[in-house]
Design a protein around this ligand. Structure first.
Ligand SMILES: Nc1ncnc2c1ncn2[C@@H]1O[C@H](COP(=O)(O)OP(=O)(O)O)[C@@H](O)[C@H]1O
Ligand SMILES: [Mg+2]
Length: 406
C-alpha cells in the first residue's frame, strides 16, 4: 500500500526510498508505521503522514493507524539521494504524468450517472482556481469529453509524442491567474464515434496506456480521468499504470444505484486504489418556487459513502443547465457558476484543492537538499569522469553547497 505514497519532491515512493522503517499490526488491527524523513522539520511531513494514513486506514481489518516519524542520519540521507537520483535518471518524466500531479479517476458502476459531466465541470472549476488540469477521456468507446468541453481539434504531435489540446480558463478570482485544461480523448483521433466501437478489451487498455506514456502532458497540478462505466480492463490498466490515482465514485441518489456503485469501491480495494470520496449526482431538483423534488430518490450518496468509508464530497442537483452545458460545449461551472449545480461543482473543487488533495508544492525541505546534493554529485561525477570510468556502488558523499534552511 505504501508503494503508492510518493515523496512529492524526490519523485519516488517512500518504500523505494527506504523511508519506511518499521511496520507492525497488533491483534486489534492497529497499524504502526515508522517513517524516516530526510530532515526532522520537513515541511512535507504533514502531507506524507496523511498520505500514509489514508492509504492504510481503509484496509480490511484495520482499526487504526499510528505513525511515528524520525529523521535520517547523514549517511542514510546520502544513500537516499543517490537512489532518488538514479531513479530520476531512469525515468523520462516529460512523456508521462509528472509525479507531482494529483490524479483523480472519476468512476461509477454504470453509465449515465454523470461521470463525464462531473469530470468536465470539476476540471473546469479547478482550472478556474488557476490550476493546470489534465482531462484524460478514458471512456474510449463512449467518449464524450470533446463535445462537453467544446474541443474537437485533431491531436498534434510533431516530435512523435501526442500533445493534448489546450483550453485557457479565466480565473474565478479578480486578478487571479488563469488556468489551463489539457485534454486528450479518443474522439480527437478517430474520424467518427462509430469507429471507436470497433476497439476491444486489450486494445482499449493499450490505448489508455499510450495516453499515459506517449502524451506530452507537461506540467499538471491535477489529472482527471473520465472512466468508462464498470470495472473492466481499463480500470485494471489504470490501477497498474497509476497506482497513486484516487477514485471519485459517482452515484445517483437512488438506493439501487448506490448498490451498483459499491462494486467500483470493491474493485478499488482489490487493486489498492484509494477511494477519495463519493459524489452524488442528479440530487433533488429545485424549481423556481423553491420546492424541492427528489426525482431520482435520495440518500444514495450518503449510504454509499458510509459503506465504503469515504466522505460524501458533493451533491450535485439535477439541473437542465448541466445537460445543455454538456451539449453546447460550455460547462455549467464556467457558464453559470452561480447556479445551484455550478456552485456545487465549485464547492467540490474547493474541497479537493484545499482539504483532500492540495496541489503539491515544490518549496519544501527535500527539494532544497536534493538540489544541493545534485549540484555536488554532478561535480563529483565530472571529476570522476575526468579520472576514470565511473564505477558502480562507490560511496558518494554529500557536502551541502549551502547550510540547510539557507
Ligand atoms: N446534474 C445533472 N443535471 C441534469 N442533467 C445531468 C446532470 N448530470 C448529468 N446530466 C445529463 O445526464 C446524461 C448522462 O450524463 P453523463 O455525464 O454523460 O454520464 P456518464 O458519463 O456517467 O455516462 C447527460 O445527458 C448529462 O447531460
Ligand atoms: Mg461518460
Amino acid at each position: 500500500m505504501l508503494e503508492a505514497v510518493i515523496d512529492p519532491e524526490l519523485h519516488s515512493s517512500v518504500v523505494d526510498l527506504g523511508m519506511v522503517r518499521d511496520v507492525s499490526v497488533d491483534e486489534e488491527g492497529l497499524i504502526s508505521v515508522e517513517i524516516a524523513l530526510t530532515i526532522a522539520s520537513c515541511p512535507l511531513r504533514g502531507q506524507i503522514e496523511s498520505d500514509v494514513e489514508s492509504r492504510l486506514r481503509g484496509l480490511p481489518g484495520a482499526s487504526g493507524v499510528e505513525i511515528r516519524t524520525t529523521a535520517m542520519t547523514a549517511p542514510e540521507r546520502a544513500n537516499l539521494m543517490a537512489k532518488a537520483r538514479k531513479q530520476a535518471a531512469e525515468r523520462a518524466p516529460e512523456t508521462q504524468v509528472p509525479l507531482t500531479t494529483r490524479i483523480l479517476a472519476v468512476a461509477s458502476g454504470k453509465g449515465g450517472v454523470g461521470k463525464s459531466s462531473v469530470t468536465v465541470n470539476l476540471a473546469a472549476a479547478l482550472a478556474a482556481q488557476g490550476h493546470t488540469v489534465g482531462v484524460l477521456d478514458a471512456d474510449i468507446w463512449g467518449f464524450s469529453v470533446p463535445r462537453m468541453l467544446g474541443v474537437n481539434a485533431r491531436l498534434g504531435g510533431a516530435d512523435g509524442k501526442i500533445h493534448p489540446n489546450e483550453v485557457k480558463v479565466p480565473s474565478v478570482r479578480p486578478n487571479g491567474p488563469d488556468g489551463i485544461l489539457k485534454v486528450v480523448s479518443m474522439g480527437f483521433l478517430v474520424e467518427d464515434e462509430g469507429m471507436a466501437l470497433m476497439w476491444r478489451g486489450l486494445v482499449l487498455a493499450k490505448a489508455v496506456e499510450q495516453f499515459l506514456t506517449d502524451v506530452r502532458w507537461g506540467d499538471l497540478d491535477y489529472l482527471l480521468v473520465d472512466m468508462p462505466p464498470g470495472t473492466g480492463d481499463i480500470q485494471m490498466a489504470l490501477s497498474r499504470l497509476l497506482p497513486r490515482a484516487e477514485l471519485l465514485v459517482v452515484t445517483t441518489p437512488g438506493l439501487a444505484a448506490q448498490k451498483v456503485a459499491v462494486r467500483v469501491a470493491d474493485m478499488a480495494r482489490r487493486s489498492y486504489l484509494k477511494v477519495a470520496g463519493v459524489v452524488e449526482n442528479m440530487s433533488a431538483f429545485t424549481c423556481d418556487h423553491g420546492q424541492s423534488y427528489p426525482l431520482f430518490g435520495s440518500g444514495g450518496g450518503q449510504a454509499l459513502a458510509d459503506e465504503v468509508k469515504a466522505p460524501l464530497l458533493a451533491q450535485i442537483p439535477l439541473e437542465p443547465g448541466v445537460a445543455t452545458g454538456g451539449d453546447t460545449g460550455s460547462p455549467l461551472a464556467l457558464a453559470e457558476p452561480q447556479s445551484a449545480a455550478g456552485q456545487a461543482f465549485h464547492l467540490l473543487a474547493n474541497r479537493i484543492s484545499t482539504e483532500l488533495m492540495p496541489p503539491v508544492e515544490m518549496s519544501g525541505c527535500t527539494a532544497r537538499v536534493f538540489a544541493a546534493a545534485n549540484a555536488n554529485l554532478a561535480a563529483v561525477d565530472a571529476a570522476k569522469a575526468a579520472e576514470h570510468a565511473p564505477g558502480d556502488g562507490e560511496p558518494i558523499s554529500i557536502r551541502p553547497a549551502q547550510p540547510p534552511n539557507a
